[in-house]
Design a protein around this ligand. Structure first.
Ligand SMILES: Cn1ncc2cc([C@H](O)c3cccc(CNC(=O)c4cc(-c5ccc(F)cc5)cc(O)c4O)c3)ccc21
Ligand SMILES: [Mg+2]
Length: 227
């Protein structure tokens, strides 16, 4: 049967990227998506904004909702200091399988481990198969996470708001936690935007950009939880 888009993206990485070099994996994916086949990675333009927020926050605990092929996982993980804990949630097993291979190809495989064995000198990326709504309430028991310093939302757009409320209810956000949401314009997350922009518990800022690999407007919304 015909390969899937994530499989074709993985093949391009295995063929053209330098093994062990995260930047080369990122550039290869961006080139492939711009010149061969579009895919819903956050991309280079919004990716640069993601990079700057990750560097500014320098989180010791981070959560990504929606791994897809692992492009933003690699973007985030390459910037994280040793000892960071990055959890990325993917419910689609085919996407998770491709993401594992792309994360490993990027050389982060020695950091992709069962969580927090020593937690001293490695970044721990844990790619967990499952839906955010089921897994968020289990973060403490599964991973010993108390709160997240940084959350990147890039999964189903109608899950941004319920999952943000779930993070609040599970007390996984602390004063100063940063939420960064992709696609707040295209495809759009109107209920989430309305919430973080009007709730007294958040200070929100819009970073105008474009839908990955296109000229269509899109952007990222950065929201600080005020506690
Ligand atoms: C519950 N739960 N827990 C974990 C988890 C993980 C997933 C998957 O990773 C997954 C699967 C399918 C779709 C998404 C969301 N992404 C998008 O839909 C998107 C679309 C476009 C776009 C824009 C313009 C178009 F014309 C077409 C697509 C541009 C973008 O950047 C996107 O992120 C995420 C899903 C639910 C999950
Ligand atoms: Mg997206």
């Amino acid at each position: 049967t015909r390969s899937t888009r994530p499989q074709r993206l993985l093949r391009a990485v295995q063929k053209k990227a330098i093994k062990g070099d995260p930047q080369s994996v990122i550039s290869t994916i961006d080139y492939f998506c711009r010149h061969s086949e579009w895919a819903m990675n956050v991309g280079d333009e919004k990716g640069a904004i993601l990079d700057s927020v990750v560097c500014e926050v320098s989180p010791s605990t981070a959560l990504e909702l929606g791994t897809y092929c692992g492009y933003s996982t690699v973007r985030i993980a390459r910037l994280l200091p040793p000892g960071t804990k990055l959890i990325t949630l993917e419910f689609n097993p085919d996407y998770a399988a491709v993401a594992r291979q792309i994360i490993e190809y990027s050389g982060l495989q020695d950091k992709v481990r069962v969580l927090w064995t020593d937690g001293v000198n490695h970044i721990y990326i844990c790619l967990v198969e499952g839906a955010s709504g089921d897994l968020i309430p289990k973060m403490q028991e599964l991973f010993g996470i108390k709160t997240f310093d940084f959350v990147f939302l890039d999964h189903w757009k109608d899950r941004y708001l319920p999952d943000t409320k779930l993070l609040e209810e599970c007390q996984l956000l602390r004063k100063g936690s940063i939420l960064l949401a992709d696609n707040v314009i295209c495809p759009g997350t109107p209920d989430y935007l309305e919430y973080v922009r009007n709730s007294p518990r958040y200070e929100s800022k819009y970073f105008k950009s474009h839908l990955e690999y296109t000229k269509v407007e899109d952007g990222l919304e950065k929201s600080v939880f005020l506690g």
